[in-house]
Ligand binder design. Structure first.
Ligand code: NAP
Ligand code: BGC
Ligand code: ZN
Length: 354
């Protein structure tokens, strides 16, 4: 079968041939429809994040997939059922409390593989196998847009943790900002517009730009970080009850503390490289304590977050989802899906028409 992979020593995706996988006991075989590309895939290609499966000279890319069950293999899934696979898997031979509890997203570094990211092949191939427990059934209507379920599952988890952190008192948030106008930021922005009275989205682009059009369309306010750095948002606009960081720009983690209103919470999702810079640690510490602020990190997602994300994608207007898909490409000609220009929001590689 055809697969799109990265080889050791290369930073370019490549079309390769691989044997079709056979489902083991408890696994189903899935025919891939579409696989999305995100900032993490670019980090995997550049070598700044993730790692190859042990003993392999390549890794099949892709962790944002939607497919159809080809062979349920006695798992209880139905042939033809539309599914989205989760990302984390238990490394072979490990007993692992996080997976046993159904919380692989809480496992520490090293206690998991991530398909298409670290230690295990991804989904960018004609078919793939997976334990049925990690295949989340989604409605048939999501065949075209099912690639948005995985990224939004990460948001679903981050929001759950942010709310939990504020659950000890009466928290009535009104304002929220997303830092970053990449695909994760824009999807999340739409979700936040459904919950918050006032929403903002930070970028560093000039108009005309398709991501800024999206921000306008959903009724949020664009904040240009070149004019208003994150820690000056309260001076220019208002202090924020919730901040969702999706830039991977490390200073934003610290500037978020100042951007928050008293009792506010900031969720960090970006995955930056090592970067040393100066901050006023005393002032940040003081601000966090005296204003009951919270900063949390959040990564990956569990099955219930995928289910919640499927509901969010189902509720999102089709024209907005279409606005986000800027490239649909064939595995034979995969390069356009990995181009990273300002016209690109979400690129998908299509193995079979949905
Ligand atoms: P992306 O396509 O790289 O998007 C990042 C966006 O942030 C870009 O639009 C970029 O703008 C903008 N940005 C970067 N620095 C900025 C600055 N200083 N001021 C204003 N805007 C800035 O990535 P993505 O797929 O949306 O994902 C976002 C980040 O979250 C990545 O680091 C990714 O690895 C991470 N991620 C984490 C999780 C998790 O579970 N924690 C899940 C998915 C993704 P330009 O394009 O104009 O440069
Ligand atoms: C993926 C998550 C993964 C994270 C860190 C994100 O792009 O969507 O599933 O846990 O990267 O590797
Ligand atoms: Zn991702």
């Amino acid at each position: 079968m055809r697969a799109v992979a990265i080889r050791r020593g290369s930073d370019e995706p490549e079309l390769i041939e691989k044997p079709r996988p056979e489902p083991a006991d408890g696994e189903a075989l899935v025919r891939t429809l579409r696989v999305g590309v995100d900032g993490t895939d670019h980090e995997v290609l550049s070598g700044s994040h993730g790692g190859f499966p042990e003993g392999e000279d390549h890794m099949v890319l892709g962790h944002e997939a939607v497919g159809r069950v080809e062979d349920p293999n006695g798992t209880g899934l139905e042939a033809g059922q539309l599914v989205v696979p989760t990302v984390r898997r238990k490394p072979d031979g490990e007993t692992n409390e996080y997976f046993r509890r159904g919380e692989p997203d809480m496992a520490p570094d090293g206690a998991y593989h991530e398909r298409g990211i670290v230690g295990d092949h991804g989904y960018m191939s004609e078919c793939f196998t997976s334990p049925a427990d990690f295949l989340v059934p989604i409605p048939e209507a999501l065949a075209r847009h099912g690639v948005f379920v995985e990224p939004l599952s990460n948001t679903e988890k981050a929001l759950e943790h942010a709310r939990a952190s504020r659950s000890a008192f009466e928290w009535n948030p009104e304002s929220a900002a997303v830092l970053g106008n990449g695909p994760l930021g824009l999807l999340t922005l739409w979700q936040l517009t459904q919950e918050f009275d006032r929403t903002y989205c930070l970028g560093r682009r000039d108009r005309p730009d398709p991501t800024l059009e999206f921000i306008d369309e959903v009724g949020a306010t664009y904040v240009d970080s070149r004019e208003t750095p994150v820690d000056e948002i309260p001076d220019e606009y208002e202090a924020l009850d919730f901040v969702y960081e999706a830039t991977g720009y490390a200073p934003h983690a610290f500037q978020t503390i100042r951007a928050l209103a008293p009792n506010g919470v900031g969720a960090l999702l970006g995955i930056p490289d090592s970067w040393e810079f100066e901050v006023d640690g005393g002032q940040l510490h003081n601000d966090l304590v005296l204003h009951n602020k919270c900063i949390l990190g959040s990564v990956n997602a569990g099955v219930r977050h995928f289910e919640g994300a499927a509901e969010t994608v189902s509720a999102m207007p089709e024209d907005l989802l279409d606005h986000l898909i800027t490239t649909v490409t064939d595995p034979e000609d995969v390069a356009p899906a990995f181009e990273d220009g300002d016209d690109q929001i979400k690129a998908v590689v299509e193995f079979e028409s949905p």
